[in-house]
Design a protein around this ligand. Structure first.
Ligand SMILES: C[S@@+](CC[C@H](N)C(=O)[O-])C[C@H]1O[C@@H](n2cnc3c(N)ncnc32)[C@H](O)[C@@H]1O
Length: 279
């Protein structure tokens, strides 16, 4: 996993396509991060959640982003320096079991990342322990579209490509992220969380042209699939994606694709009166 994200780090979320940024901003708003807070952002990538969280906590707060990929972490550190955002730390770290003292954070976020972890219930128990009482958790993931046909990033052509060539990396949502809304709700309650909200909202992938959209598909996890197929298959799939982008874009003069995102929020209760102790 680290190797893929190291390779794509320079262009990830920096290729002229808007998608991860607004999803990150929405997550920060849903969690309700405010000035002065301490935040941990898991699987921080190029900081789609981290930077809006840093703006929300301001100079009196502290935001720590962790990511398995050293290249992502270096890029975030450089950008934070460039923007003079001293409240940001970015470190290489494992999102499955972040190493921080209990109760260290007012909020923990994971944008488009935590659904990829191998043991989600264990990660949620760890996040519960790392939050102070009353602290907030916020996660996002692509929501599954399977009616009338599967879609990935708003497109059936990409879903078909993923179905043919993905080897179960978990990056693409054939199976529901987090095992679906019921499963994540029950995992969160079992971990000791309260005020669990699991919802779905439309996000928009916007860019100047279908060519720009196609280039974007090489800048995130989908690159791994492109690298697996022959030049002729790339040609064929690219033509199918271009035709579908042009047919389904919600604007005539630029690309706007609608795609659903799952947002999950929960709180660590103020007092340990939930009736059970998470392991
Ligand atoms: C799809 S990107 C999301 C990045 C960012 N949060 C966003 O919303 O754009 C997933 C990120 O999670 C990181 N990641 C994947 N597995 C991880 C793990 N086990 N621990 C820490 N980071 C991980 C990847 O390196 C990548 O940067």
């Amino acid at each position: 996993m680290q190797v893929i994200f190291d390779d794509i780090a320079p262009e990830y979320d920096r290729s002229g396509v808007t998608y991860f940024g607004p999803v990150g901003e929405r997550l920060v708003a849903l969690v309700g991060i405010v000035a002065g807070q301490t935040v941990l952002d898991v699987g921080t990538g190029r900081g789609a959640v981290l930077f809006p969280a840093a703006r929300a906590v301001g100079k009196s707060g502290r935001v720590t982003g962790i990511d398995l990929s050293p290249a992502m972490v270096e890029a975030v550190q450089e950008e934070a320096r460039g923007q003079g955002m001293r409240q940001i730390d970015a470190v290489v770290g494992e999102g499955q079991s972040p190493q921080f003292p209990p109760g260290a954070f007012d909020a923990i976020t994971g944008g488009m990342s935590v659904h990829m972890l191998a043991d989600i219930p264990a990660a949620l128990r760890t996040y519960h322990r790392l939050l102070r009482r009353g602290g907030r958790l916020g996660l996002s993931a692509p929501a599954t579209v399977d009616h009338p046909e599967p879609e990935v990033f708003g497109l059936r052509s990409i879903a078909r490509f993923c179905a043919a060539h993905d080897s179960g990396s978990g990056i693409y949502p054939y199976a529901e992220a987090f095992g679906g809304p019921q499963q994540v709700r029950s995992d969160l309650l079992a971990a000791g969380f309260a005020n669990v909200e699991v919802g779905e909202e439309s996000a928009f992938i916007t860019t100047a042209s279908s060519d720009a959209f196609l280039r974007w598909t090489w800048t995130h996890g989908m690159r791994k699939l492109w690298e697996r197929v022959s030049a002729s298959e790339r040609e064929r799939v690219s033509r199918a994606i271009t035709a579908e982008v042009n047919a389904r874009s919600e604007h005539a003069d630029h690309v706007v694709l609608r795609t659903p995102v799952m947002y999950i929020t929960a709180s660590r209760p103020e007092a340990s009166d939930t009736g059970h102790t998470p392991t």
